[in-house]
Write a protein that binds this ligand. Structure first.
Ligand SMILES: [Zn+2]
Length: 353
């Protein structure tokens, strides 16, 4: 079992976000990767370097104008008079925008849906390698592996085709799902992050080859606010291929794991052949960003629901914020896979780390 991760994913080091009228420290730290990587290695996974597949597989999901913006944003920002070190918009087109503006201040609002996705000098490089980790994981599954873990950071599920948001720049799960369609006809993305995977939903909303299922905290008073409701079932050919299970804030193990089981059942009904798990760990009861009361052992129950689907599983890391429990929760999730699949090679490698 492999965990794909590149050290360059740590280079994105966001400093600030604006929340509830206050400037805060950005919570999506590079240090998350260390806790997650150690937990994967301790669970019997072997670290592997993702190959560099270039931008082409990313451009199958993301808009070319958006990618050009991401690449140029930090440099253009640095040329503004008296600007801060990170590209953070202060204005957004929201409902009335019809024209893409020319200058970086307007472009930032056009391509970023909030202040919680600051672009620094190394953000694009980190996001690129995070997407490459997802692609490498997809290629492992295509090569015949039953399970692979893509340690994607920065995360991806709030990134739309042409919009950054919620700490996310490139939608790693969507990029991986698209890659898996090279071999499979129908892919399921099941998102267990406490926040709705709004970017992923919108990317596949009218398609009938990728099922998007998500269990998350009720968005009527929680990020991402504008999507994630139960009546969003897909449109056109994609009708029935989107399933949202928003749960009340404070929901615990039984409700959340039960919702995961329902999403897995829907993926089987649709005859999906492979599952991408958008693996947020912020449903945890003590997560600083969370609203659920999921306990550490329940992550193991969630994993068993995926195992029971009897399909290959690609794990793509989403949220889950720093603290002593982050690694413990990942170890709990990986435990059912580790106990059934761990190889001698994996154990030796773990000992070396
Ligand atoms: Zn989240």
């Amino acid at each position: 079992m492999k965990v794909f991760y590149d050290e360059r994913q740590r280079l994105h080091d966001p400093q600030i976000q604006f929340f509830a009228g206050k400037l805060q420290l950005a919570p999506e730290h590079p240090s998350r990767t260390r806790r997650l990587l150690n937990a994967a290695l301790e669970s019997g996974f072997v670290q592997a370097q993702p190959a560099d597949l270039g931008w082409d597989p990313i451009l199958k999901i993301h808009d070319a104008g958006y990618i050009a913006f991401l690449k140029a944003a930090s440099l253009l920002w640095s040329k503004l008079d008296d600007a801060g070190p990170e590209c953070v918009p202060h204005i957004h087109p929201v409902r009335y925008g019809r024209t893409r503006p020319r200058g970086i201040l307007g472009l930032a609002g056009y391509y970023m849906n909030g202040t919680n996705c600051p672009i620094g000098p190394h953000t694009v490089e980190a996001a690129y390698w995070s997407a490459q980790a997802a692609l490498a994981g997809a290629d492992q599954i295509i090569a015949g592996e039953a399970l692979c873990y893509a340690l994607c950071r920065p995360p991806g599920h709030h990134a739309h085709s042409d919009l950054a948001g919620g700490f996310c720049f490139l939608n790693n799960a969507a990029i991986a799902a698209q890659r898996l369609l090279d071999r499979y006809e129908r892919v399921a993305i099941i998102d267990v992050d406490v926040h709705h995977g709004n970017g992923t939903q919108e990317i596949f909303y009218s398609r009938d080859d990728v099922f998007c299922g998500s269990v998350h905290a009720d968005p009527s008073d929680f990020y991402p606010f504008y999507q994630g409701y139960a009546n969003e079932e897909g449109e056109g050919e994609g009708f029935g291929w989107n399933m949202n299970l928003p749960l009340p804030h404070g929901s615990g193990d039984e409700k959340v794991v039960g919702a995961v089981q329902r999403l897995c059942a829907r993926a089987r009904e649709l005859d999906c052949q492979v599952i991408v798990v958008a693996l947020g760990l912020d449903a945890f009861e003590l997560d600083p960003m969370g609203k659920f009361r999921v306990t550490t052992p329940a992550f193991e129950d969630m994993a068993r629901a995926f195992q029971h689907c009897e399909m290959p599983v690609l794990l793509v890391q989403e949220g889950g914020y720093d603290g002593p429990h982050l690694g413990e929760n990942l170890r709990s999730f990986l435990r059912p896979f580790a106990t059934t699949n761990v190889s001698g090679e994996a154990r030796i490698s773990t000992a070396q780390h």
